[in-house]
Ligand binder design. Sequence first.
Ligand code: GLN
Length: 513
Amino acid sequence: MTDQNELVKLSAYEMAAKLRAKEISSRDLVAAELDVIDAAEPSIKAFLKVAGEAALEQADAFDDLSDDDKAELPELAGVPIAIKDMIVTKGIETTAASRILEGWIPPYDATVIEKLKAAHMPILGKTNLDEFAQGSSTEHSAFQRTSNPWDVERVPGGSGGGSAAAVGAFEAPLALGTDTGGSIRQPGALTGTVGVKPTYGGVSRFGAIAMASSLDQIGPVSRTVLDSALLQEIIGGHDRRDSTSIPEGPRPMVAAARDGLNNRDLKGMKVGLVKELNGDGFQPGVEARFHEAVKKLESMGAEVVEVSCPHFKYALGAYYIIMPSEVSSNLARYDGMRYGLRVMPPEDVPQTAANMMAYTREAGFGDEVKRRIILGTYALSAGYYDAWYGSAQKVRTLIIDDFRKAFEQADVLVSPTSPSTAFKFGEKMDDPLAMYMNDIATIPANLAGVPAMSIPAGLSDDGLPVGFQFIAPQQRDEVMYKPAAALEAALEECWNGPIWQSLRTPWLDGLNK
Ligand code: GLN
């Protein structure tokens, strides 16, 4: 049998190939990942809940299928996956990393979970995040601090730091995240993994805990571009339970990724370098890796043009009005009445429903969540609605228009994913605005509903991963997969292998004994 440490370092599609060749079983894969989880978790803390027993049962169910039945399943069948704890899983505690949902065991599965189960992909457990996906470092989790596998003193990004760290630390080959302003892509950038935010409506949000409904989107986390394409085709497609779901099925992303990987030919493709999304405020090492990668795209035949999106400078401002407005409304449901935490007022306080709700929300929500509920409630209040929310919506339209014009000049847009590499714990916790700046390059795609992804572009001078972002037109997700896969292959050739071969993994040392 393949050496366990080699096994967990394979990409998901390589694992799938070994399953098909009967070199390994799904149980072998799940058992190997559970061993890594055991060994890694004391230092990484990516998981809020490991569902080992259930995952092994799901693996056995796959292994017991006949060859004919297996042939009917998607390519990644039998390969395990981790799930951000913002996505509802029947029978597995789902908390959104908030005290207010602690102990809640959902009675149903999100649509994406149903699809993973139908594809016989074992679910390893639930990963850590900033409370209700609000943050850029995972430090706002009510339960634990997740470390970046590249430096355990640094954050893995956020809000989906748990999913990114789990995949980066080889605890899982794949994960799901949610991306409202960058929570899949920015952690991808900071951990050297691939993260994709699909077109808004391309993947069902049914069973994704709502943060800001007009921006939220579930998407893949992986170590290779092809793995994300394979996963996105499994989880994507129409769902009548999500009223914003796109009627058409998933785009041909796997074919596009394979084309990019195998042919590395980008002739005829116009790549638009977004003027407003690099330069000032971006770490020099991030800029350097970004421009080298752009050169690689050029060397594969792409034509690089500069495009200007003049309203992107207002994107962060608009996002921090629209998002908290929707947060304040979506989080109103956590009132101690229906599920989750209930805190009764002390005896000397009238025992009214309103007081119970106030005490529950005071105890159940963390500071960042409260900050956003207050901000959103203010922005939506009668006297201020037009000045704040109304203006932000107008800016949103201008940003959509910027994208429309940019895509008249280029097939795909590119930028660094995040202005900096992973920062130290605590560095930005006392400065919400500094934390918000992390998403400067990722937020425009959410405001416009267009698909975007981050892939590793190498290591900065500080030895930490840098992310490269591709953005494609709405409902044309496949358009970014081709150059992303081609760039990944070209970069790996320069580095003589994937980026994580330079990752030190002390947690794997004790295994294989
Ligand atoms: N970091 C951003 C925020 O704090 C994005 C969050 C997300 O995408 N869920 O809002």
